[in-house]
Each structure stands twice: as structure tokens, then as C-alpha cells.
Write a protein that binds this ligand. Structure first.
Ligand SMILES: Nc1ncnc2c1ncn2[C@@H]1O[C@H](COP(=O)(O)OP(=O)(O)OP(=O)(O)O)[C@@H](O)[C@H]1O
Ligand SMILES: [Mg+2]
Length: 309
């Protein structure tokens, strides 16, 4: 992406943003609320809100994709670029089982029957470490915990086997412990598949758990970018230093009182044991009772809308 500019009305909201996402890199875009993170990501996907005008250049596979017609952008989103947003509820259809929704994502990418897609949904559910995948695919989104819903959203995004995943604050709506599990999952999946990641957050501690590179935005401009370890060790902009101070509370570990924040952050990049919760795997099991609740009655002939609570 080179010199991306976005205006809404006459107001410039993103102003000359340039960065690259090398193959396999995990780039974290960080900045305060309103700094232009989401718009920058949405511009890659051609999903800017009405009234927003983008200029500059966004290249994918050597090809200019800024301003491509909707049909081609839609194909790109189905095939090459997946996305996960902050609030999984918005990505999920409340009246369809999660299996059907994951299966539909599979079908965007591959010509398989509905039945086969449903079978694949179980595998995809397994891949994102959803508990009891065979059963969970017949559930509706509201019957899942927040962390599980986000895992479903990730499974949907990954079912298309994208080469780039864009995740806009995918864990901000989750509790801290659940957040760590989802972050660890995201990082592992992206790493194992050799995918690239653009990850948006306002929290440097979160960024350090996931990203290899960071782009720091302020008022729509890049104030600093580089490798995460370097950025944590020697932040050059006041914005980054402030973000680092904010992250202190998260990174500080009572058992390591001697560690400075930048030490802890730099170590976190190389060694995930700095975040014990992050290596714990699935931590967002729903409270007892939730897992054991029966699946919704499959009333023959009932339409899906009638099955909602
Ligand atoms: N649909 C819209 N209409 C008008 N202004 C908008 C719209 N979307 C975003 N903006 C403005 O553009 C600027 C950048 O917004 P953006 O959503 O990219 O910020 P952000 O960094 O993602 O913030 P947050 O952390 O709160 O999600 C903000 O000043 C915002 O008010
Ligand atoms: Mg945003």
C-alpha cells in the first residue's frame, strides 16, 4: 500500500499511509481510536463506507486493487483475502447454524455439495479448536460463548484458504483470558498456513503477542513502523511511547518484578511463555451447563426463523 489517502466529505481521515505486508509477515496496525486503522484495512478490501473516497495505491500480487469493480473485489475477498471483525455477532447470521455458515464459506472457495460442505465445517471447527466440533456445528451463534463465536468467525474466514487475513480488533470484545486463547490460535493458524496477517489493535501488548511488524498511526498518518521487537525496545515516536506505557499493566508480571516493559515485550515476540495464558490453548469453554444444553429441536418442516428463541 502506497500513499493511501481517504477523505470523508472533505475531511482527510487517512493521509499518506504506506506499508508493505511481506509474505508470511504479521503486520499490526496500532493507534488510538479514530486514527484511521479500520478505514485503512477496509480500503484493502474495497469496503469503505459510502461517502469515503480513497486514492493512492493498494497492490495485491503486483496488481492495483484500489478502485477495482465490486465484482472483482468480491472474488478477491472470497479467494485471497479473509477478514475477521471486532464483534463476531455482526459476522454471523443468528438464524443459521454455525456449521452451515462455515460450510458456506467453504463453498465460496470450492465446488462441493452442501452435505460435503457440512462435513468440512466439522474439520474447520476442529482446526480453530472449537470443543466437540461434531455437535457444535449444529448450534446457533447465540448458543456459543463470545470466544467460541470469534473462533467460528475465524473458521469462516480461513475456510476460503486466504493468503492474507485481515483482523480488525478481533479480540477487543472478549475477556482478557479468552482474548489470549484466540490470539494464540490466530497466530498459530496464520503461521502454520504460511499466511500473512494484517492485525488491528489499540493495545501494544496485544500486538506484541501476534505481530512481527507494526505500523503506528496517529490522525491518519504513519508515525512509526518497523519490527515489533525494535519498536518495543526503542520506540521513536511519542505515540508509541505512550502506547508502551499503556501496555505496561498488561505486560508487567508480578513474578518478574525485575523485568522492564521493553524487555518483557521483546521477549514476548520471541518467546510466548511471557504470556502464560496465551499458551494455554482453549480457555474459553463456556460455563458448565452451556456445553450440555441440548441442540435446538430440529422440528421437521420448521423454518430456521421459527427456531430462534
Ligand atoms: N462511516 C463514516 N462516516 C464518517 N466518518 C467516519 C466513518 N468511518 C470512520 N470515520 C472517521 O474516520 C476516522 C478514522 O476512523 P477509523 O474507523 O478508521 O478509526 P479507528 O482507528 O479504526 O478507530 P477505532 O479504534 O475507534 O476503531 C475517524 O475520525 C472517524 O470518525
Ligand atoms: Mg476501528
Amino acid at each position: 500500500m502506497t500513499d493511501l489517502r481517504i477523505e470523508i466529505g472533505r475531511r482527510p481521515v487517512v493521509d499518506g499511509v504506506s506499508f508493505a505486508v511481506p509474505d508470511g509477515a504479521r503486520v499490526g496496525i496500532i493507534g488510538e481510536s479514530g486514527s484511521g486503522k479500520s478505514l485503512t484495512a477496509l480500503a484493502i478490501l474495497g469496503l469503505l463506507p459510502d461517502g469515503a473516497r480513497a486514492s493512492g495505491s493498494v497492490r495485491w500480487n503486483g496488481r492495483e486493487i484500489l478502485g477495482l469493480p465490486d465484482r472483482e473485489l468480491a472474488r478477491l475477498r472470497g479467494d485471497d483475502i479473509g477478514m475477521v471483525f471486532q464483534e463476531p455477532r455482526t459476522a454471523l447470521n443468528p438464524i443459521r447454524t454455525v456449521g452451515r455458515q462455515i460450510g458456506e464459506s467453504v463453498r465460496i472457495h470450492e465446488r462441493v455439495s452442501r452435505r460435503e460442505a457440512l462435513r468440512r465445517a466439522v474439520t474447520e471447527a476442529e482446526r480453530v479448536a472449537l470443543p466437540d466440533p461434531e455437535r457444535i456445528v449444529s448450534r446457533y451463534p447465540h448458543q456459543l460463548s463470545g470466544g467460541q463465536r470469534q473462533r467460528v468467525a475465524i473458521a469462516m474466514a480461513l475456510a476460503c484458504r486466504p493468503r492474507l487475513l485481515i483482523a480488525d480488533e478481533p479480540t477487543t470484545a472478549l475477556d482478557v483470558t479468552i482474548q489470549a486463547g484466540v490470539l494464540a490460535l490466530l497466530r498459530t493458524l496464520v503461521q502454520d498456513a504460511g499466511m500473512s496477517l494484517v492485525f488491528i489493535t489499540h493495545d501494544l501488548a496485544v500486538l506484541a503477542q501476534v505481530a512481527t511488524h507494526a505500523v503506528v498511526l496517529e490522525h491518519g498518518r504513519v508515525v512509526e513502523q518497523g519490527g515489533v521487537a525494535d519498536l518495543l525496545r526503542a520506540p521513536s515516536s511519542p505515540v508509541t511511547r505512550a502506547l508502551l506505557r499503556d501496555a505496561t499493566a498488561t505486560l508487567w508480571h508480578p513474578e518478574r518484578p525485575q523485568a522492564s516493559v521493553s524487555d518483557a515485550g521483546a521477549r514476548a515476540v520471541a518467546d510466548e511463555s511471557a504470556f502464560p495464558a496465551a499458551s494455554g490453548g482453549v480457555v474459553d469453554d463456556p460455563p458448565d451447563g452451556m456445553t450440555d444444553s441440548p441442540p435446538p429441536a430440529e422440528a421437521p418442516g420448521a423454518s430456521e426463523t421459527e427456531r430462534t428463541p
